[in-house]
Write a protein that binds this ligand. Structure first.
Ligand code: SF4
Length: 287
């Protein structure tokens, strides 16, 4: 990990942190479209207010994936993906679609479809109201979403249960939940396809290293960013004092009192410029 020394403390920057290739590609493709004509973005391109205001500045209109009505002939499906049903419905209504679904989200859709084709009852480990999970579930109305052991009661008494995960769930928690389900339903064939994406795993592994070294961890990302919130939660679970902030103005000097090493990480929707701004503010506070 990269380190920066200040007179008060050392700043440790996680080896893997910040914007992933999936969100970056979606932003680049959308900016390229907006340079020639306006478009409606169906949801949040990134759970990040800086990105959202930049898109609005470039002429993007806000829209909703499930509305199937937009102010412009061009619509953008975000990196979080969509169900085939929703995609087809937009097409049938004559809209031109820029589909920026991340390739790793497409893999999750494919794995779920394969499990269903093999006769498994589909179960998604994730947050029920998350846009990616709604997209995964959209083509399989029978699918159930679970996040903790108390959700096992949602799964009917079937012989074959096929699980995938939301791409940004912490892998350790996912594996623990799969083990718990196997113990809970020993008579069933419980098959798990690991669809937690590699950038998420890299960030979580780097966070583990950061937590071993730092006294305080700062996770930078939009307040609605699920994976930034998960980084802060995981750091706390490791026994670190951790804070989720959107930008440098959210930092509080009192959080750093007595700290010798301050760790810095960022979610997969966080721009490098936000991380740099927080680093600069930490350097000011440390000098
Ligand atoms: S978090 Fe993973 S799945 Fe989601 S956009 Fe980034 S790389 Fe793709």
């Amino acid at each position: 990990m990269k380190t920066i020394q200040t007179s008060r403390f050392q700043i440790l920057i996680a080896t893997h942190s910040g914007m992933c290739f999936g969100v970056r590609q979606a932003i680049e493709a959308t900016e390229s479209l907006l340079s020639s004509r306006s478009a409606t973005i169906l949801g949040e391109l990134a759970h990040n207010p800086v990105v959202q205001s930049r898109m609005a500045h470039l002429g993007a209109h806000p829209g909703q994936l499930q509305n199937h009505r937009a102010q412009t002939p061009d619509v953008v499906i975000t990196a979080h993906g969509a169900s085939d049903q929703d995609r087809e419905r937009w097409k049938r209504q004559g809209y031109r679609i820029l589909d920026t679904t991340c390739p790793l989200v497409r893999v999750a859709h494919q794995k779920l479809a394969n499990l269903v084709a093999k006769g498994y009852f589909p179960v998604i480990i994730g947050k029920e109201d998350h846009v990616e999970v709604r997209g995964l579930r959209g083509d399989f109305s029978q699918a159930q979403v679970i996040l903790q052991e108390k959700d096992f009661s949602k799964i009917p008494q079937v012989e074959k249960i096929g699980l995938i995960s939301q791409t940004t769930q912490p892998i350790e928690r996912v594996i623990d939940l799969v083990k718990a389900l196997r113990n809970h339903r020993p008579e069933a064939d419980v098959t798990f396809c690991d669809t937690v994406c590699q950038p998420t795993k890299d960030r979580q592994r780097s966070l583990d290293d950061l937590c071993r070294a730092a006294d305080v961890v700062i996770a930078v990302g939009g307040k609605s960013s699920n994976n930034t919130a998960a980084l802060a939660r995981t750091a706390r679970a490791h026994g670190c004092q951790a804070y989720h902030i959107e930008g440098p103005s959210d930092l509080r000097d009192r959080w750093l009192a007595g700290a010798r090493k301050v760790g810095l990480t960022a979610g997969t929707s966080t721009l490098e410029v936000s991380v740099q701004a927080v680093t600069k503010r930490l350097q000011e506070l440390g000098s």
